[in-house]
Design a protein around this ligand. Structure first.
Ligand code: NAP
Ligand code: GCO
Length: 263
């Protein structure tokens, strides 16, 4: 259906060399968008460019630390010159540090907040002026279960992703009148490098306890795959969601709806 067609649109996905960002970016490209992404290092960028080429997907990549406002302020005009004004922004780049709060350094807490909350502000602020000129725009912030729930050792991440949920609602409120829709996607537990430590096999070959825990808390009784995010991303990037604004779409296999399987 044309509602989901992204032909002629420029999509910029931050941190999309691999993982969830790579899957979402690939889906946007397959829906017709011109794809742009960034990585924090040349090494990761080159790996990402090879992965897109191997997947038959045309992509333009740049090295840029999303927490560096000066670098972002230079990158966005460069993308606009070289590719075109950005129609779809996906703030995907993110990190997590799993440390008990009383042991977490202020630097560690600040770094997580810088990447997961301040950077989406920096990049959105840089992209919105062109969206205002064009009279339309789509911003998708990648939130988390931790936008709604807490757990041990992820205080900085939960604070940042909770803030990102509210930043999403505020961008919706401030720019909805200029036809900019800002929504969030809240992935559940997805099998990527970020969650690899939670899925490592035990020395005896058994599942990691956290792996078993997530399976018991997920009605789908499985971890999500990055590809599970493609449909929701294309929906929120397309005209099909022009009256969806300020919404956090949880793609979690039902975790948030479920008390969990009885042990
Ligand atoms: P990932 O595989 O670790 O990918 C994270 C990406 O963020 C990498 O491409 C990384 O770039 C980029 N990045 C980190 N810091 C950056 C910086 N300062 N500047 C530019 N890029 C930076 O993690 P993932 O699982 O795909 O997660 C992607 C997003 O989904 C994150 O926001 C994460 O919080 C969120 N999320 C993940 C899950 C999950 O279960 N996996 C669930 C909910 C939400 P490099 O390639 O240069 O390292
Ligand atoms: C953790 C995980 C989670 C997931 C995701 C859940 O340590 O609990 O890393 O934070 O990454 O954010 O939605």
């Amino acid at each position: 259906m044309n509602l989901f067609n992204l032909n002629g649109k420029v999509a910029f996905v931050t941190g999309a060399a691999h993982g969830i960002g790579f899957a979402m970016a690939s889906g946007l490209a397959q829906a017709g968008a011109k794809l742009v992404f960034n990585s924090s290092s040349q090494e990761s960028l080159e790996k990402g460019m090879k992965a897109y080429k191997d997947a038959g997907i045309e992509a333009k990549g740049y090295v840029c630390d999303v927490t560096d406002e000066k670098a972002v302020s230079a990158l966005i005009p460069q993308i606009e010159r070289e590719i075109g004004a950005i129609d779809i922004l996906v703030n995907n780049a993110g990190i997590i540090k799993r440390i008990p709060m009383h042991d977490m350094s202020l630097d560690d807490f600040r770094r997580v907040v810088d990447v997961d909350l301040i950077a989406p502000f920096i990049v959105s602020k840089a992209v919105i002026p062109s969206m205002l000129k064009k009279g339309h725009g789509k911003i998708i912030n990648i939130c988390s279960m931790m936008s709604e729930l807490g757990r041990e050792t992820v205080s900085a991440y939960a604070a940042a992703k909770g803030g990102l949920k509210m930043l999403t609602k505020n961008i919706c409120s401030e720019y909805g009148g200029q036809n900019i829709q800002c929504n969030g996607i809240g992935p559940g537990y997805i099998a990527t490098s970020q969650t690899a430590p939670l899925r490592e096999k035990q020395p005896d070959g058994s599942r990691h306890p956290f792996d078993s825990f997530i399976i018991s808390k997920t009605p789908a009784a499985r971890w999500g795959n990055p590809e599970d995010l493609i449909g929701p991303t294309v929906f929120l990037a397309s005209e099909a969601s022009n009256f969806v604004n300020g919404h956090i779409l949880y793609v979690d296999g039902g975790i948030l709806a479920y008390i969990g399987k009885q042990p």
